[in-house]
Ligand binder design. Structure first.
Ligand code: SAH
Ligand code: SF4
Length: 336
């Protein structure tokens, strides 16, 4: 049987059975422990114009910012000292100019000087030399969602120009792996026009590209973006699909890291916490200072989403002082 048939067969199983299977895998591989990474949204300036995102270039109502690098480094140092966390994600809009490339490079170098910290970047599509430069500065991991594995759906949710090309995005994932990053990707779930077959193909895509980490979450319609107003599934349906995606992916890729993402809290009152029963093993609290965070409006309702309830619920399962490299990556590079 082909991979797609295997995934389809799993997809057709009852949700509760998938939940049970995914939980068993998480218990046996991760002993129910949860990896933690703090995320800092370092800049909301973006050259792209994705039709679903509040930070798109043409959204002139956004107050654009770039947090000075010494402020980012100081924030990380404080958190390392107070909470002992040693894994940090730096996320931003996408830019290709030299000033931005050096800015991110200085953040990575500054943070690496604090101690043995794992640095994760999520700064969009870049040239090979940029990925290589950031890796040389010390970056360990990179998150770049493919958004959807279906190129024609990708075209419908992006402007039609060279800056927004599915092939280029896929190529970027391959470059990241070639540069030696622990590589993460993911998709949006419940996009307009997306079918369940698309979601099955998403899982096949992530498996075939042999990804180390996955962050995926529900699509959130956002006022002021061109896609707002297109027909979408109810919150309940999007939540159900997110659970199914995580559990099937966990069964198909048992040893990858799967993040429980912020947007889940917008389709279920305790979405981020509940996702740990469906195969997730990574929590990513946002530590961006509030006056910046309220301008990082990728989707509607985001800044209000605190994560304290999740941390309280799982405090004894969180591995506070561990970098939490994906087991999948360790196996991949050691080839055993
Ligand atoms: N600019 C970088 C990183 C920041 S955007 C990049 O695009 O890769 C991070 C993620 O936010 C995107 O990959 C996308 O999946 C998600 N996102 C953007 N708009 C969204 C929306 N309306 N609903 C849900 N997720 C969204
Ligand atoms: Fe920019 Fe990322 Fe938003 Fe696209 S999804 S507009 S690249 S911040």
């Amino acid at each position: 049987m082909s991979l797609v048939d295997d995934v389809r067969r799993l997809w057709q199983m009852p949700d509760e059975k998938l939940k049970e299977m995914a939980s068993e895998i998480v218990s046996s591989i991760f002993a129910d422990e949860i990896f933690i990474r703090y995320i800092v949204e370092v800049s909301n300036i973006c050259q792209k114009n994705c039709l679903y995102c509040g930070l798109r270039r043409e959204n002139t109502s956004v107050l654009r910012y770039q947090i000075p690098e010494d402020e980012v480094i100081k924030l990380v140092e404080e958190k390392v000292n107070c909470d002992g966390v040693v894994s940090f994600v730096f996320q931003s809009g996408e830019r290709g100019d030299e000033e931005f490339v050096r800015y991110i490079g200085r953040i990575v170098e500054g943070v690496k000087k604090i101690g043995d910290i794992s640095v994760v970047l999520s700064c969009g599509e870049q040239r090979r030399d940029v990925y290589k430069y950031w890796r040389d500065c010390g970056a360990d991991r990179y998150l770049l969602r493919i958004e959807t594995s279906n190129p024609s759906l990708y075209e419908k949710i992006h402007p039609k120009d060279l800056l927004h090309s599915w092939e280029r995005r896929k190529e970027a994932l391959i470059l990241l792996k070639e540069c030696g990053y622990q590589t993460g990707s993911g998709v949006m779930i419940g996009l307009p026009w997306q079918t369940e077959d698309d979601l099955i193909s998403d899982i096949v895509f992530l498996k075939e590209i042999d990804i180390d980490m996955v962050g995926m979450g529900p699509y959130i319609p956002t006022p002021g973006t061109p896609l707002f107003g297109e027909k979408v599934l109810s919150k309940e349906e999007r939540w159900r699909l997110c659970c199914k995606m995580a559990s099937v992916l966990r069964i198909v890729m048992p040893d990858i890291n799967i993040a429980s993402t912020t947007a889940l809290d917008l389709v279920h009152p305790f979405g981020r916490a509940e996702m740990f029963d469906w195969g997730a093993n990574v929590l990513m609290p946002d530590i961006t200072p509030m006056h910046y965070r309220q301008e990082y409006l990728i989707y509607d309702g985001k800044p209000a989403l605190g994560c304290d309830y999740c941390i309280e619920r799982y405090s004894d399962r969180i591995l506070w002082r561990e970098k939490g490299d994906p087991v999948h990556y360790l196996k991949r590079v050691n080839d055993f």
